[in-house]
Design a protein around this ligand. Structure first.
Ligand code: ATR
Length: 283
């Protein structure tokens, strides 16, 4: 009997540099799943609405969505999970048994999975967090921190209005802050998260004075190229515990793989090493 191929893909624009095919390809191989594959499909913004609205015709069982299509894909879904509805953005879609397009946002789970794996107990106090940035990644991080009952989440952003918008949406535990308040905010931080693109290869550096930050605070960066950003280097040098951002990418893929292919994969050392080598090769 001929088996149907179950195909999923990373969709967005551009998709050439996405590591998702490497990650899902690794799991398909590891679990001996031969009737499935994971590809790249470039979906330019001008075609995005049509593409996601007619996703049934794509021949895919599901997809990941990357920039700039996360919002348009969310608007095209028939059903959204809580996180996707709150964030107005999806990174994972699939067709259910009735052909309805379902969407989820698993970026927040990626953030939590990474810290749970590499810094166990990191949320025991769940006190005050300082989040730098107010883009899509910041939204996912704020959603995750509120889910873990953080009492206060400061959102620090160059464009204050964007931080205010997130704080308004997420309620009284979130506070929008301007960059010049950072020093004072760091004094009471238990967790510092960078979600801006600053410090990424090819982008301006993240200039920050960590001296007010308690040494007990955990520091993590959503940027994973370079793997050890200047922020993490600086934090580790003064004794703070640090976690790099690669795990966020790896862990957000876990629920997606499980949804499409019916098996919950693990983020193991071999996968991490594979992606680290690929990042190294492209720099
Ligand atoms: P993502 O969806 O991946 O989070 P994004 O929406 O482009 O990406 O957000 C990028 C974040 O980096 C924003 O918070 C942005 O600040 P603004 O909202 O003020 O644009 C921040 N960022 C990018 N370049 C920056 C810079 N040179 N200085 C300060 N913040 C910067």
């Amino acid at each position: 009997m001929r088996q149907t191929l179950r195909r999923a893909a990373i969709t967005g624009h551009p998709v050439t540099h996405s590591r998702s095919p490497l990650v899902h390809g690794y799991w398909l191989k590891k679990h001996g799943i031969k009737d499935a594959e994971y590809d790249r499909v470039d979906v330019p913004p001008m075609n995005a609405e049509t593409y996601y609205r007619n996703f049934r015709e794509s021949g895919l069982v599901g997809a990941n969505i990357t920039v700039p299509n996360k919002e348009v894909a969310a608007r095209s879904c028939d059903r959204l999970d809580d996180a996707a509805r709150t964030m107005g953005a999806v990174n994972t879609i699939w067709l259910d048994g009735s052909g309805r397009l379902c969407g989820a946002n698993t970026d927040w789970l990626g953030f939590l999975g990474n810290l749970d794996q590499l810094a166990p107990g990191w949320d025991e106090k769940a006190g005050t967090a300082v989040v730098l940035g107010a883009g899509g990644a910041a939204r996912a991080v704020v959603f995750a921190l509120l889910a873990r009952k953080f009492t206060r989440v400061h959102i620090v952003n160059r464009t204050l209005e964007k931080a205010t918008k997130i704080a308004d949406e997420f309620g009284s535990r979130t506070i929008a802050q301007s960059w010049d308040k950072l020093g004072t905010l760091l004094e009471e931080a238990d967790l510092l998260v960078n979600t801006t693109s600053l410090g990424m290869t090819g982008k301006p550096p993240l200039e920050i004075d960590l001296s007010p930050l308690p040494v007990s605070a955990l520091v993590t960066d959503a940027v994973y190229a370079p793997l050890e950003t200047d922020l993490l280097k600086q934090a580790a040098a003064r004794g703070n515990r640090t976690v790099d951002g690669l795990g966020m990418l790896l862990h957000q893929a876990v629920p997606a793989f499980e949804t499409w292919f019916g098996l919950r994969p693990e983020v193991d050392d071999e996968l991490r090493a594979l992606v680290v080598a690929d990042l190294g090769a492209s720099q």
